[in-house]
Structures are given as C-alpha cells and as structure tokens.
Ligand binder design. Structure first.
Ligand code: HGY
Ligand code: MN
Ligand code: MN
Length: 439
C-alpha cells in the first residue's frame, strides 16, 4: 500500500515534478486507507482513545518507519516520528551525537469529527511524511531534525475540549482537563491510561521550546477562498479564537396532550429560541460565527413535553474582544429567554482558545516557497481551529492551506485534488530547504 516507489538509487534520474507527483499519489492512497478506519459503521468517525484511533496510529506509524523515521507514542497518545540525518553536505560535524539537534515540527491530527471527511487532519500528517520520504530519497541533509506529529485529539468530540493532543505537547493540559468526563462517565485520565498513555507523566510530554524551530501544519482550507481565487495553496495569517459552551435549560416535563400551552415550561422551546437568537447575533456581526452543533431533548419521548434541553454552543471570531463581547451578550440573552419562559438555564464554559497570529518569519519563508509553485501568493485567516493554535504556546507556528472542493469540510464529501496535494508537497519541500538556509 502506498510505499514511495522512488528510492535513493533512482532519485537523481527522475525529474522533480515526477517525484512530487509520485509522493502525492501515495498521499492520496494513504488518505483513502486511513479513511476506512472508523469506529462507526458506514461513516468515518475516529475519536480519542478508540480502537480505530489505535489502528490509525499503527498504520501511520508504519508509513513513518518505512520513511526511516523512529516512531514513538507520547504520554497522551500522540504519534511522533523523528527523522534526523546528521550534519550537512558541508561536513558540518556540529550535529554529532549528543549535540541537542534543533527540531522542525510538521504534522496535524489523526482524529476526526463524526461522519467526517478523510482529509481534515490526515492530509497534514501524510504530506509531512512525504517530505521526509523525499528527503531520504534525495539523501539531502538538514542542519536540524524533522519530527512529524499525528495528534491524538484535535476535534474534541469525546471530551468536548479541542486540541488535547497539541495541548499536551505545548504544556497546556491541566489537572482539571484530566477530570473531564465523556458521555459514559469515563475521565480523560482513565481514557489516556486505557490508550496506553501515562496521565501522570503529562508534564514530561511538554516539548522543550529551546529545541524547536517551529511547527508548520498543512491543512485543507475548509473554506471557499482558494477555490474562488483558483489557487492550489495559501498561507494562513491567523487562526480565529473560539469559545465552546454547554447550555442546559430546565423546565418541566408534562403530558403532550393534556397540558395547555399557557401552562407549559417547555425546555426545548426555550433552547430553540436561543439557537435562533445566537444565529441572529452572528449574522449581525461581521466575521462572527455561532453554531449549535448538538442538542438533546429529555426525557426524549414524542408525547412528553421536554423538561430538559442540552445544547452545545461554538462561537468564533478573528478578534478575541469581539468574540468575548458576543459571549456576554449571548449569556444575557439565554437568561432573558429563560426568565420569560419560566425555565432555568445553566451556562457551562467548556473550552476557550485565543486567536493566534502565525509567525511572520516562518510564514514569509512559506510564502517564498509558494511563489515558486503558483503565480499568486494569498494570505488568509482560518475560521477553523487547528493544532497550530495550541502549539503557538510553545513554538512559532505557520500553516499552509490546500484548496478543498466547494470549501466543504466536516462532511463525507470533503476532498482535495492530487494535483493540489502535489503542489503542497513541493512547497513544503522548498520551505524546509529555505528554513535550512535560514537556520
Ligand atoms: O472545530 C474546528 O475548527 C476544528 O475542525 N477542530
Ligand atoms: Mn482539522
Ligand atoms: Mn476539523
């Protein structure tokens, strides 16, 4: 399956375009293979600590080892491949064993949302492995090591807090996080242990910022801009901040047939009014997005007035002040709706990350590499969250977006073309060389 066919022996005789095309083809085959690894029948869902996650780590780890990387799984279950060819053509011996080699981190996440597309996350891991395969085949040496990370949980589907894997590497996982429970009451600490991790050793999972040159993530755009501009790739300027909240509205359950409308305290109707209020607020603020992705009515019978309604709320904006003001307004709105409908509302903060600007120097080098492969360089903000947002706490970050069909993502029809993947790999290879020259 997908092993890179060009080897050091024949590398020099093959035009670079062909090498990149071959790498891109292998990435597409591997995207398909990972896309078959799911914990649900008939759709792609791969959440933290599942058996599917284990199989995905094992498969991606085998590809890393094929590329002569040393692989490990860290304390929270991130898959990490390490590639280091000592010294450089100039005979620089400063990288002798023992000298702490600097590390350029590449990668993305291997977990998915429910009923996911195949590219969100794996594309970043597989293009990074392709860069290592090209380096190995070209026998080029770098003055630093490369590490490719397959983060164990970015989406936060199981524990509702995003970036679990990257937060562990960035030193951002707290004791509070470890106490989080999933829908079955399993704590994150228990899930880490069952996945073979060591919750007691999370402090050790934190990377040493002094060793890092940066973290660069390739990811599908998950939006329409590159497609509208007819560009294969773009450089990300900033990643929007996000707040996730859990709301519970509590009224009174009752008989659907015997309870007159004016005597009801219908928790779901209160929740529904709030959902539309959140949508209305976001439509009125430029660049603000608000989403209720999950909603549950309890007790959940068609002839019972819902006594309780639980919903998620996800609010994002490129500027933290705008997002925080919107959150305050929405919390007040929820309280006003509850009062007017004689229900109570519980507002529980679940996850919050500040907006992150990508590193100027790394982004400039990435932009330099892009200009070698397409006529126009475009810088664009990311409305979606990414591991790079968490990794910015420990090292400079940059991101390369790849055009995706219709801008569609978090959907089974999510897709990118092999030609655009080829461009992304070529850009990343040039970028790595530019970092080496700039090191
Ligand atoms: O939710 C997001 O923005 C990302 O896909 N985790
Ligand atoms: Mn993603
Ligand atoms: Mn995603």
């Amino acid at each position: 399956m997908g092993n890179f066919k060009i080897q050091p022996s024949n590398f020099r005789t093959i035009p670079n375009h062909r090498v990149m095309a071959d790498l891109a083809q292998t990435v597409m085959e591997r995207i398909e293979a990972l896309g078959q690894i799911s914990e649900e029948q008939g759709r792609l869902t791969r959440t933290y600590g599942s058996a599917a996650m284990r199989r995905a780590n094992d498969l991606a780890g085998s590809w890393m080892r094929e590329a002569e990387m040393e692989t490990r799984q860290d304390a929270v279950g991130n898959l990490i491949g390490h590639y280091a060819r000592r010294g450089q053509e100039t005979g620089d011996r400063s990288q002798e064993k023992g000298a702490e080699q600097k590390i350029l981190l590449l990668g993305s996440h291997l977990d998915t949302v429910r009923d996911a597309g195949k590219f969100d996350g794996p594309l970043g891991v597989l293009t990074a492995i392709a860069c290592v395969e090209e380096l190995r085949a070209s026998e080029r040496r770098l003055p630093f090591a490369l590490e490719v990370v397959g983060f164990a949980d970015e989406e936060g589907v199981r524990f509702h807090t995003g970036y679990l894997g990257s937060k562990a590497l960035a030193g951002g996982l707290s004791e509070e996080d470890l106490k989080r429970k999933d829908a079955t009451g399993v704590t994150l600490a228990q899930a880490i242990s069952s996945f073979g991790g060591r919750p007691e050793a999370l402090e050790g999972a934190r990377l040493d910022p002094k060793r890092l040159l940066g973290f660069v993530e390739v990811h599908i755009e998950q939006g329409p801009v590159l497609e509208q501009k007819h560009l294969a790739v773009g450089v990300v300027s900033a990643i929007a901040g996000q707040t996730r909240v859990k709301l519970t509205s509590t009224g009174r359950a009752g008989h659907a047939g015997a309870t007159p409308m004016d005597l009801r305290r219908d928790a779901l109707c209160a929740a529904a009014e709030f959902v539309l209020a959140a949508e209305k607020l976001a439509q009125s603020r430029n660049g603000l997005v608000a989403t209720v992705g999950e909603i549950t009515a309890l007790p959940g019978a068609s002839n019972v007035i819902p006594g309780e309604a639980r919903l998620s709320l996800d609010v994002r904006h490129a500027e933290d002040a705008v997002r925080q003001a919107a959150m305050e307004e929405l919390e007040n709105r929820a309280a006003a709706i509850a009062a007017q409908r004689k229900v109570s509302v519980d507002w529980q903060h679940v996850h919050q990350t500040a907006a992150v600007r990508c590193d100027r120097r790394l982004s400039a080098l990435l932009g330099e590499a892009v200009k070698r492969h397409q006529p126009e360089l475009v810088l664009l903000p990311s409305g979606a969250g990414h591991d790079a947002a968490a990794m910015a706490a420990v090292t400079p970050v940059a991101m390369l977006f790849v055009r995706c069909k219709g801008g569609l993502s978090h959907h089974p029809e999510e897709s990118a073309s092999v030609e655009d993947v080829r461009v992304a790999i070529a850009v990343m290879n040039d970028f790595i060389q530019l970092v080496a020259q700039d090191a």
